[in-house]
Design a protein around this ligand. Sequence first.
Ligand SMILES: CC(C)(COP(=O)(O)OP(=O)(O)OC[C@H]1O[C@@H](n2cnc3c(N)ncnc32)[C@H](O)[C@@H]1OP(=O)(O)O)[C@@H](O)C(=O)NCCC(=O)NCCS
Length: 337
Amino acid sequence: MYASFKSIGAYIPAKVLTNNDLEKMVDTDDEWIFQRTGIKERHIADNDEVTSDLGVKAGLIAIERSGLTKKDIDAVICATISPDHFCMPSTANLIAHKLGLNHVTSFDISAACTGFIYALNIAKSFVESGAFKNVLIIGAEKLSTIIDYTDRTTCILFGDGAGAAIISGTDDKEKAIIDVHTGADGSYSDYLITPGGGSAEPCSIQTIENRRHFMKMQGNATFKVAVKTLTKDVIDILKKNNIKSEDIKHFIPHQANYRIIKAVGDALSLRDDQVILTVHKYGNTSSASIPMAMNDLWEKGGLNSGDLVLLDAFGGGLTWGSAILKFGGEPSLASIK
Ligand SMILES: CC(C)(COP(=O)(O)OP(=O)(O)OC[C@H]1O[C@@H](n2cnc3c(N)ncnc32)[C@H](O)[C@@H]1OP(=O)(O)O)[C@@H](O)C(=O)NCCC(=O)NCCS
């Protein structure tokens, strides 16, 4: 039994926050943001939309496109760093409940922007071991709730959204997830951190006044580790599986910064048409960024059954991961044109 990436779905909130909008909020400008990051705009969820709502909308689409029904889903895994509630209940519990899946296994994982690849690794193991047949994995983020919109070094980067996929069993090797790598190094924990609110700095008037519940980042240092780590990781996973970079149909990286994506793409000598980019329109949506980019490709008719896909991500922790798979789903109607 292999695990197969059977479908993809996403939900993108309607409201758009452009670089020009940010110019009115902090000391920055469109040209600086675009040149340093490749980002032009990002989407922001409504006040009455919470992370689980975004996850539900993406999840419903992924279930429908898989050809399964809700009763076929055995487990829900949600990767998020902006859960509905701190500690409990998990956002996956709430997503499962809102989907009407009340007795399935459901839990969150915390691996920041690498969360979707961690969830994929867990779902693959569940399916290959026979523990579950069909697992719904979701990356959902309402990052606008943990971003400090007075801090120009972070608020320009991030957006909201959700992406989801169904991972199912198959005996067809041509539709299988080939390999998933995940890793972490906690010695870099202060590179990307929300310092306040946990046991290290319990919530207090001081933590709130000092804005300790918002994300803090050492951008330049993170950038350097990201390029080095990701480049090594994607080279390793291709080598281990005896796959040449020219054989990859789609490289779908975490959409944090165009310059990081370009550096990793160049290290693999990838052509522009192999590299999927959505960073300009969604910004960095953390665990949701890879499935949102994959969904974009699928909806445009670019992702077909059996296509060889390479994923990679890095994020707070620091965490990193990569995956190599043959897409196991049906193409969208757009691919027929
Ligand atoms: C954040 C990032 C775009 C900053 O670009 P950079 O080239 O590293 O810029 P630096 O942080 O060195 O700052 C350069 C200058 O720009 C300034 N600056 C920072 N943010 C700015 C903004 N939004 N607008 C204008 N100027 C800004 C800095 O204050 C600094 O000014 P100084 O030289 O007078 O001190 C880049 O480091 C990055 O993308 N890092 C990775 C972050 C990431 O991906 N995080 C998520 C991980 S999943």
